[in-house]
Ligand binder design. Structure first.
Ligand code: GAL
Length: 419
């Protein structure tokens, strides 16, 4: 234990009366997460190291699969079996859903002792709390709506970075004509939805995004704007290579890295992959906000599940404390590609992509264009997200018309809302 506030929090939470002389940090945590790619594993590795250095025992339970769908299936099985892990990578409304089922415990004593309310943006603090108490701990702020660019590949066709979707399409056509894959993509539903929501913002704007994807307004879902979004998705389908199906996102990032493709549309964990391969931002690769005004937010967090035994509870408290230390938030996010969730962490060590993300985030908060990601579970309940996944993926992988896609989407969302 590092300081008295934390010691008091632990004592409160575990009901143990530890005298300062006897106090020791540690405990045991089992952590279920999906951070298995190069950049991701490096980042979570820092937390494991710090936890162990503090005297704790770390049991790692990774479930591979970007976006976390496989991890969520594994989690459900563990909870049903009555044997949940202590900390789980969980996000947005999903945190509330598990809390409502009574599966989560809180780390509010640590949060109070360390005054988390004062150092987290209110929008993030709100997501982490259930019934006014912190049941989850945030790591970061990832931005979804980025295009990752290989500038050397663009130079081959004399193109510059696209600033509108029309420019994106024109450049993609040029690349295709030159025999270059315009867009590196992995055909997995969550990756399709990641592109889709970026296009919704780009074509519809922030208000439309909110109406259609967050408020689930039927008219917005059925609108001509949504038809235009699916038209763009159809074009994008023409810009991926024939082997895109099932490809992991980090392999798509590698295609941009090694010059096989020009672009990837992906959240900034892609930057973590470039950095893990020692690529230099601004030189070997560019981070360019995708056309559209706004910031699609994805915050990673660990939710704490109800476990029993002082050792495990102590582990959760220690983990919560460590994740929120300013030093850890800096180190983790420098390799993860995101920026810290804490607003008081200096960004001077961050590269221009990180600084741009922070500046755009601030501007988006001021302009009310900060939007939660649907693909990354920040916006709507899992069942609704599932409907988006199905329709967007079915459209992408067939010759379904934009009109049919819109009709199916609106109907599916209406059905899911009734349940
Ligand atoms: C997201 C997660 C990111 C990143 C990505 C790919 O859902 O928030 O941290 O890891 O999946 O696995």
């Amino acid at each position: 234990m590092r300081f008295s506030g934390r010691a008091a929090a632990l004592t409160l939470a575990t009901g143990l009366l530890l005298s300062p002389g006897l106090a020791k940090a540690g405990g045991t945590v089992e952590v279920l997460h999906w951070w298995t790619s190069g950049g991701e594993a490096k980042s979570i590795g820092v937390l494991k190291q710090e936890f162990e250095a503090a005297g704790g025992k770390w049991i790692d339970s990774p479930v591979a699969g970007g976006g976390g769908d496989a991890a969520m299936t594994a989690l459900r099985a563990r909870v049903v079996a009555g044997n949940p892990p202590s900390a789980v990578q969980l996000k947005g409304p999903n945190i509330q859903e598990w809390a409502e089922q009574g599966a989560l415990t809180d780390v509010d004593a640590v949060a109070k002792a360390e005054n988390w309310d004062a150092v987290l943006p209110p929008v993030i603090a709100k997501i982490m709390k259930y019934d006014g108490k912190y049941v989850a701990v945030p790591f970061n702020i990832h931005r979804i709506n980025w295009i990752w660019v290989n500038p050397a590949v663009l130079a081959k066709v004399g193109a510059s970075v696209p600033t509108t979707w029309d420019e994106f399409n024109a450049t993609a056509e040029k690349l295709k004509a030159a025999g270059i894959i315009p867009l590196a993509h992995g055909g997995q539903p969550w990756q399709d939805l990641t592109i889709f929501e970026t296009v919704v913002l780009g074509i519809g704007g922030a208000d439309f995004y909110r109406k259609a994807l967050v408020d689930l307004d039927e008219n917005a879902l059925k609108s001509d704007t949504m038809i235009k979004v699916f038209d763009e998705m159809r074009k994008i389908r023409g810009y991926v290579d024939p082997n895109f199906s099932g490809r992991d996102w980090n392999l798509a990032t590698a295609m941009v890295m090694n010059g096989q493709a020009a672009f990837q549309i992906m959240g900034d964990w892609a930057k973590g992959e470039f950095l893990a391969a020692n690529k230099v931002p601004g030189k070997d690769f560019l981070c360019v906000p995708a056309p559209g005004n706004g910031f699609i937010l994805n915050t990673d967090s660990f939710a704490m599940f109800k476990v029993s035994g002082a050792d495990k509870i102590e582990g959760q408290q220690e983990l919560a404390h460590l994740i929120m230390t300013p030093d850890f938030q800096a180190t983790f996010n420098l390799t993860k590609g995101s920026i810290p969730a804490r607003i008081d962490v200096p960004l001077d060590k961050f590269d221009d992509c990180g600084k741009k993300s922070a500046a755009d985030l601030k501007a988006a908060i001021a302009a009310n264009t900060l939007l939660p990601s649907v693909a990354h579970e920040m916006a709507v309940p899992r069942a609704i997200r599932g409907e988006f996944l199905d329709v967007v993926t079915n459209h992408f992988n067939s010759d379904m018309s934009s009109q049919d896609a819109v009709t199916q989407l609106a109907a599916a969302i209406e059905r899911a809302k009734q349940q």
